[in-house]
Design a protein around this ligand. Structure first.
Ligand code: ADP
Ligand code: MG
Length: 568
């Protein structure tokens, strides 16, 4: 079969702590390094001393020292109205995510030497409809065309699954910085089927750091009164303890504060005690996914570990104990999701290497409507009627008939919710639709409601009353956490206004500063050489051609290294 050459699609893991991008190149998924040469870009956005936007490692380094103008973990706020402030600038989570996505896009384009617009972005399986829309909006704001959203555990299993190419049933256990996802996957004859997804959107490596922080405060009650001042510093030390204890049985950290020295020695045992409540929370989502998939533990061939926090021996031990066997972790856990997104990108590009692979996905939550129950004369409001139940395969479309409950009702207000609770007040409200009906006795008017859930995880609701050709479609006027078209246009302008000139990027500014220092220091011909290379670098920067800039930057770095070595 012939393959058509096609344009590239990026696979993006937009993580709570770290993000990564891959491309499908020469029949395999390849992680693309950023300008610093790393495949993981910290999901951190901030302002530098001149008020310019900085993203990734440069921002991460200022997270503790400049907490008011540097923000991390904003993915937790996707799909909410929460504001994220960087000094005087106020953003929504979509906008900050867009700044990060724009940086990832720029880095890939610099690496490739040409523009790429299409992207697949991964999302936690547990993201609801509003959060998924927010991710798409963030992509749009970053100038990306989001061709598909992909559940993170599905992406991870694609990365593992293709390496094996065997018939397999897996469970993916993804514990990242802020979210925990469990998925059960059945792979057979080139079909990857996600049988069930579950998780906890409030559990990740950040929470393990937080319990270590609390333990540190408990050791020195005198620090309590200053805890807000020292929190950034203590969190940094807590993270250090956490990472070090993944490698060694004990670790020391110390801090100087208010003319005193504080020292902490944490052992594996102490870490285990602190983390116990968090480790206990890992079990429930696993049980739920197993229950929904109707698989037993023995049916699973493998447990795949994904997410940086699964590097903790305590997490691995807990997984081994829960499953009665050792999990697999033969891929780098923080890279698996991005690698899998690259595989999916290959599928979208219709690459021949993937012709035989079919991907099916499930919807991780139930969707339904608000209904009223009648007990004799009494009406009871607010009951949830699920129309599409969780863990159905996608895309899915289901129809349900509903009847009027009072005489001469002139319209029906259809309220759409997402969740599993019996009462709608405990679920997430998604939107509402008002349907005009002819006034008739109760029960005589029946409406047909159709819910269609797409592979992108987006919901369309259609509704009409029997006998009428008029179809009402869900127009969500105000969903908490969703941006309107007007807001999106305003954000696009705002983000475009924040565009950085390559000359202003911290790494380029630093190089220019080093060049001028060297110029001042040297004499004669050497000085002319510095002038020449600085001018060439400035021309490259002004061209705004990222590939050219990257090439020149390398030359400048080598040049400076040679001279600076001679100086010392
Ligand atoms: P996300 O998908 O949420 O962006 P990652 O998969 O990159 O997250 O994982 C980030 C988390 O992994 C952080 O909380 C980090 O502290 C933790 N982590 C990374 N390496 C280690 C390690 N060696 N030991 C313990 N935790 C680690
Ligand atoms: Mg992740």
């Amino acid at each position: 079969m012939d393959c058509l050459a096609t344009h590239l699609v990026m696979g993006i893991d937009l993580g709570t702590s770290n993000s990564a991008v891959s491309l499908w190149l020469d029949g395999k998924s390849v992680l693309i390094p950023n300008l610093q040469g790393n495949v993981l870009t910290p999901s951190v956005v901030g302002l530098d001393d001149e008020g310019q936007i900085i993203v990734g490692q440069a921002a991460h380094e200022r997270l503790q020292s400049h907490p008011n103008i540097t923000k991390a973990s904003f993915k937790r706020y996707m799909g909410t109205d929460a504001t994220i402030t960087l000094g005087k600038l106020v953003f929504r989570a979509e906008e900050v995510s867009a700044l990060l996505l724009r940086q990832l896009k720029d880095d890939v384009e610099a690496w490739l030497g040409y523009a790429v617009k299409d992207a697949i972005i991964t999302v936690p399986a547990y993201f609801n409809d509003v959060q998924r829309r927010a991710v798409k909006t963030a992509g749009q704001l970053a100038g990306l065309n989001v061709v598909r959203l992909l559940n993170e555990p599905t992406a991870a299993s694609l990365a593992f699954g293709l390496l094996e190419n065997k018939e397999h049933k897996y469970l993916t256990f993804d514990l990242g910085g802020g979210t925990f996802d469990v998925s059960i996957i059945d792979m057979f004859e080139g079909v990857i089927e996600v049988c069930a997804s579950s998780g906890d959107v409030r559990l990740g490596g950040d929470d393990f750091r937080e319990v270590i922080y609390q333990w540190m405060l408990k050791k020195y009650p005198e620090l309590h009164k200053d805890q807000f001042l020292i929190r950034p510093e203590l969190l940094k030390l807590a993270e250090h303890l956490k990472l070090a204890l993944s490698q060694a049985p004990e670790c020391y950290v110390s801090m100087h504060w208010n003319e005193s020295d504080f020292e902490w020695k944490m052992t594996e045992q102490e870490l285990a005690t602190c983390c116990q409540p968090l480790l206990a929370r890992l079990q429930q989502p696993i049980l739920q996914a197993l229950h929904d998939s109707r698989f037993s533990l023995n049916d699973l061939d493998d447990i795949l570990l994904v997410g940086g926090a699964t590097r903790m021996p305590l997490v691995r031990q807990t997984v081994a104990r829960l499953f009665g066997r050792f999990p697999r972790h033969d891929l780098n856990p923080d890279e698996a999701v991005a690698l899998g997104a690259g595989v999916q990108a290959g599928m979208v590009m219709a690459d021949c290497a993937l012709d035989d692979i079919v991907l099916t996905d499930v919807m991780p939550f139930s969707l339904g409507v608000d209904t009223t129950k009648q007990h004799g004369e009494r009406f009871e409001f607010g009951y949830y009627l699920p129309i599409i139940e969780r863990n159905n395969f996608l895309p899915i479309s289901k129809m349900q008939e509903l009847s009027t409950i009072v005489d001469n009702q002139e319209h029906i207000l259809l309220k759409v919710y997402q969740g599993e609770a019996r009462l709608v007040k405990d679920n997430v409200f998604l939107g509402e639709l008002k349907i005009d009906i002819p006034p008739r006795p109760a029960g005589e008017v029946t409406i047909e409601v159709r819910f269609t859930y797409t592979v992108d995880g987006l919901l369309e609701v259609e509704c009409h009353y029997q006998g009428s050709p008029k179809v009402y479609r869900l127009l969500i006027e105000k969903v908490p956490g969703q941006m309107s078209e007007t807001q999106i246009s305003a954000s696009l302008a705002k983000i475009a206004g924040l565009k950085q000139h390559p000359r202003d990027m911290p790494e380029n500014r630093e190089l220019l500063a080093r060049c001028s220092q060297l110029y001042e220091f040297l004499l004669g011909d050497d000085r002319l050489w510095v002038d020449k290379i600085t001018t060439e670098f400035e021309i490259a920067l002004n061209s705004q051609d990222l590939r050219l800039i990257a090439t020149f930057r390398q030359q400048v770095v080598q040049f400076l290294k040679r001279y600076e070595r001679d100086l010392h």
